[in-house]
Ligand binder design. Sequence first.
Ligand SMILES: Nc1ncnc2c1ncn2[C@@H]1O[C@H](COP(=O)(O)OP(=O)(O)OP(=O)(O)O)[C@@H](O)[C@H]1O
Ligand SMILES: [Mg+2]
Length: 431
Amino acid sequence: MMPAVAKKPDEEATPDRRLVDLAVSKQWITAEQGQQALEICSKAAELGLGSSLEEVLVRKGWLTHERWTELIASGAEKGGGEGAGILIGKYRVVQKVGEGGMGAIFKVKKQGSDRVVALKLLSREVSKLKDWRTRFQREAKVAIHLDHPNIVRGIEVGQEKDRFYYVMEFIEGTNLSDLIHDQGAVPEPRALEWMIQLAEGIDYIDSKKLVHRDIKPDNIIVTPPGVAKLTDLGLAKSIAANSPQITATGTAVGTPGYMSPEQIRGDKGVDIRTDLYSLGATFYFALTGRKPFEGDSFQEVLVKHLNDQLPSPKAHMARLSDEICRIVEKLMAKERKDRYRDAGDLLKDLRSLQRGQPLLTREIPEGRSMVSRDPTMPTIDLKAVRARAAAQRRRARFSWGRFLFKTAFLLLLLAAAGAAVAWWVFEWRPA
Ligand SMILES: Nc1ncnc2c1ncn2[C@@H]1O[C@H](COP(=O)(O)OP(=O)(O)OP(=O)(O)O)[C@@H](O)[C@H]1O
Ligand SMILES: [Mg+2]
């Protein structure tokens, strides 16, 4: 590794210095070039000219603009110590908050302001997808004008060279996924309260002619007073099962466990009932502490999604009410016509249940949901499913070349063994 640029004892580690050190450690520039660039910047500042480090490095031909963006991103993604202070557009990083399949989230402050906001810096791969980019620019801009207590408010859409970013209000709280991992299944009355709040949020999104498309526990933040907020509106990537994105980027699409069957198939024209399905899958997890359709790989989850049925929530949590199981079953209907028509209809049932009154909507015919009604149905045997997937992978790897080579090798080995026996028993020698 190259040595970092020598620092004077009283010199503060400014963001520029941290970037130079990072570039040197990546061997993109030499320590001498870094030092020279920093000196040019500080001389320019003394003269009131204010040359940026990027300008100097690019002008000198030591770094390209693309490399500079990469440097900013990887510096910021280091978070805390190293990332803090780095500029992304007009926003200065305070610290990294988390990372998902599409990019990383930072706590940032706009230059000249003390307000803390969240900035999601989307990965280069995601920013490059043309269809996604068009929809992001359209929907994220709409999302900025939304105002609802259960939707995280968008503030601004920006671009830093070849990467998009999305600025939103910063929510102090825990995402539902971490919360369930730490505390286990959510008690029914609390889960019901959050479902009502989120259904109100979905109803509002629907009234603005939007579909979230990526409702899942990681995209729900619960604040300390207990308000559930839906984040990432306008950011969901369209994910079709046959899309090359899945195989190309793998983790970039996250888990398909919460995606509706029509999304997995890549159907055109998904509507708000897709969000209702994902809300059902999210609360299957929240109420039982079991993720729907878990697997080691994206493909394994897809196979299960298409072939298996989940046990009733009661199979995991016997004390759940029949009504909440019925609501989850209806939300997770395979065909969208069997689900609630919209969030308004769902809200009627949720509020009835909260008041202890009978549900208002009709039960769906048995067997038409991803969730079984039978509380005695055993949990899916994960081991058997994994063994099946492994066997499928092995079969897929079969190659004629390898087979012929192995057979020829075996025959050669047998011939050699035969010759050795003949030589030993009959004292046979080759002519
Ligand atoms: N507006 C926000 N305010 C505060 N924290 C947030 C905000 N948005 C997201 N987070 C936190 O950052 C974490 C990472 O979010 P991110 O959206 O990058 O990942 P993800 O939801 O797991 O995956 P995906 O990229 O598929 O949405 C979240 O789980 C959440 O805890
Ligand atoms: Mg997210």
